[in-house]
Design a protein around this ligand. Structure first.
Ligand code: HEC
Ligand code: HEC
Ligand code: HEC
Ligand code: HEC
Ligand code: HEC
Ligand code: HEC
Length: 447
């Protein structure tokens, strides 16, 4: 049966391909159902038939809506301006990264239905035409043309939901959401220089996934934020913010999830009409903002981004005052915040103020994973090192409450999302404001 299908598919392709070559095929057009497509005349490839705008019903012209050299050249040129092409992250080609960072990895998980690829992929390539495109049908007369050439448009099993439930973001967005989502668990592999035998390749447990079930995790329950653990969303949570989901939501607060453009797809904005002047839109995936301004009658984005940036600073400073975050100002004046661990790797509480026993040492990671320049693979380089605590004066000296962890997570959720609130202004603002309100309502003294 499989084989038959394959032969049939090949035959269809061949007939269609033949039609692309021989002008005489266009005569068959008369049999097909009427179509809106009169583009033959425009692309000039069709000689005598060029004037015949009515002759737009057959396989020839239905394929040529897309399949002209000029159209593909345009797409290639636009794609060359996108970060999928320009970015360097296809070197993230190991088991836990390849599904989102390489073309072959993405294709493998789509075929296998697994959430990671089976092996490291040293020769994998960057995201390209074949990552996003595959013909799933040839019935272009009956509508839904574009989804027939996308690699997938199936609802997505979100990592955040432990890959248990499929969420439908809409046919055009599902493709993107496979990768542009909260990353979820990856393997952290540590070596311990002091233990014998050395604990090599030992995986480490992560913080529990959000969302916490509030019946078991109250905002005031305590939690350790151990060295090595991570609650980072990994810069890819655009789909989560767009849908208004997976932030830390405080008990008793109402969160609005929908907004003016909830009905849009990722492509409505990121693949809008190509603008040759500033090289945005189309397959560049850079938003052509001129199209937004025309409809908004002005710039709606800057006010959104300005107010979200201000709220981020307010929250960052509150968390710093509480000793949840540490604030760093670079030589050039750039301010950044990082979360300070409450416990060391092995679960020992960082004590503050400095204990009189100044020989106390704590276990933390001393080096990071790197990408090998010769093999292109990630080399696990996390090594545990025991040292005195240089940050003792900045530490909170107790476990966090979930309310504090939630506020720190919400800061990261918006800060890493990269649109600065544009993808869902209402939800973004509410996440930040409810975090600020909770911290103010639970001052450290009354915690
Ligand atoms: C809506 C646009 C569109 C239409 C209509 C369309 N194609 Fe395609 N086709 C594509 C895209 C996009 C690709 C992938 C490009 C790539 O891989 O470089 C593709 C790839 C192909 C391939 C390469 C093999 C594959 O499956 O990847 C063949 C053959 C093909 N198309 C034939 C056809 C034929 C025959 C028709 C008409 C029956 C047709 N296409 C109609 C967009 C379209
Ligand atoms: C196979 C996974 C994958 C798919 C599918 C995918 N992306 Fe991406 N996208 C990435 C990765 C990985 C990057 C970062 C690339 C880099 O920096 O090397 C990225 C980068 C981007 C960027 C640039 C971000 C920046 O910081 O400038 C935009 C915009 C984008 N993608 C939008 C989309 C849209 C829209 C779709 C769907 C039409 C999509 N992506 C589909 C993985 C994917
Ligand atoms: C669920 C999909 C997903 C997985 C799995 C994933 N990433 Fe990413 N990653 C992304 C997306 C999407 C971006 C791009 C964010 C952007 O620029 O908009 C990204 C960005 C990055 C960047 C920044 C790239 C740049 O040019 O700024 C690095 C570095 C990175 N990822 C490393 C990794 C590593 C290492 C792993 C495996 C341990 C991994 N990623 C696994 C989706 C993923
Ligand atoms: C990040 C995913 C992604 C990549 C990479 C990508 N495309 Fe597309 N492509 C899409 C999506 C999504 C659409 C549908 C766009 C829409 O709805 O407006 C599309 C539409 C198309 C179409 C049909 C629409 C038209 O205007 O003709 C063609 C042809 C096409 N792509 C060719 C290519 C080629 C060639 C490449 C490689 C240079 C490529 N695409 C790379 C996602 C992608
Ligand atoms: C309402 C229009 C709109 C929709 C819908 C939309 N985006 Fe965006 N997106 C934007 C704007 C505007 C920015 C900010 C770009 C800037 O400031 O230059 C942005 C930023 C981004 C970025 C950060 C990189 C960059 O270009 O600055 C990524 C990645 C991204 N979007 C992916 C997506 C994905 C994936 C979806 C679908 C889940 C999506 N977007 C839906 C408008 C949109
Ligand atoms: C068809 C018209 C139309 C287009 C095109 C359009 N928008 Fe909008 N946009 C609206 C309307 C209507 C609102 C809601 C106004 C309100 O509620 O005050 C809105 C609101 C917004 C908001 C929320 C601002 C606020 O103050 O609440 C953002 C962000 C936004 N649009 C982004 C975009 C981006 C990015 C684009 C371009 C890719 C875009 N829009 C294109 C009609 C449009």
């Amino acid at each position: 049966m499989k084989k038959l299908q394959k032969i049939f598919f090949t035959a269809t392709l061949m007939i269609a391909a033949v039609c692309l070559v021989f002008v005489s095929c266009t005569k068959e057009g008369a049999v097909g159902p009427a179509g809106a497509n009169g583009k033959d005349g425009v692309n000039g490839l069709n000689g005598v038939n060029g004037v015949d705008g009515l002759n737009g019903k057959d396989a020839n012209s239905s394929c040529r809506v897309c399949h002209t050299v000029a159209n593909f050249d345009t797409k290639i040129a636009e794609y060359h301006l996108s970060k999928h092409y320009l970015g360097t992250s296809s070197s993230r080609n190991t088991k836990f990264c390849a599904r989102c960072h390489t073309s072959e990895g993405f294709q493998e998980i789509q075929g296998s239905g697994q959430f990671t690829v089976t092996n490291d992929m040293p020769n994998a390539t960057r995201i390209n035409c074949q990552t996003c495109h595959k013909h799933t049908g040839f019935d272009f007369e009956s509508g839904d043309t574009l989804s027939q050439v996308l690699f997938t448009n199936k609802p997505v099993y979100l990592n955040y939901n432990k890959n248990l439930t499929a969420t439908d973001f809409g046919k055009m967005s599902n493709l993107c959401v496979n990768c542009h989502q909260i990353r979820g668990k990856t393997a952290l592999v540590y070596s311990d220089t002091t233990l014998t035998p050395k604990v090599l390749n030992a995986a480490f447990d992560q913080l529990p996934y959000f969302p916490f079930t509030l019946s078991t995790n109250n905002d005031l329950d305590t939690v350790q934020y151990r060295a090595g653990r991570s609650f980072a969303v990994h810069d890819g949570n655009q789909s989560n913010l767009f849908a208004g989901i997976n932030g830390y939501e405080y008990a008793g607060v109402t969160y609005v999830r929908t907004w003016a453009h909830t009905g849009f797809s990722c492509t409505t904005c990121h693949m809008n009409t190509y603008n040759a002047t500033d090289k945005t839109g189309g397959h560049t995936l850079i938003v052509n903002k001129a199209q937004c301004t025309a409809c908004h009658g002005g710039d709606k984005l800057t006010p959104v981004q300005t107010s979200i940036s201000a709220k981020l600073v307010e929250l960052g400073n509150l968390l710093t005052a509480r000793k949840v975050f540490k604030k760093t100002t670079s030589g050039t004046g750039v301010v950044s915040y990082s979360a300070l661990n409450t416990h060391d790797f092995n679960g020992k509480l960082y004590i503050t103020p400095l204990p009189s026993d100044s020989t106390k040492t704590y276990a933390a990671s001393s080096s990071m994973n790197t990408v090998s320049t010769s093999t292109g693979l990630v080399v696990y380089g996390n090594i545990l090192k025991y040292a005195k605590d240089a940050d003792w004066a900045l530490r909170i000296g107790r476990p966090w409450t979930y309310g504090e962890l939630g506020a720190a997570y919400n800061y990261g959720y918006i800060n890493s999302e990269l649109s600065i609130g544009v993808h869902n202004y209402k939800y973004a603002l509410k996440l930040l404001q409810s975090s600020i309100d909770w911290l103010n309502a639970h001052p450290v003294s009354k915690k």
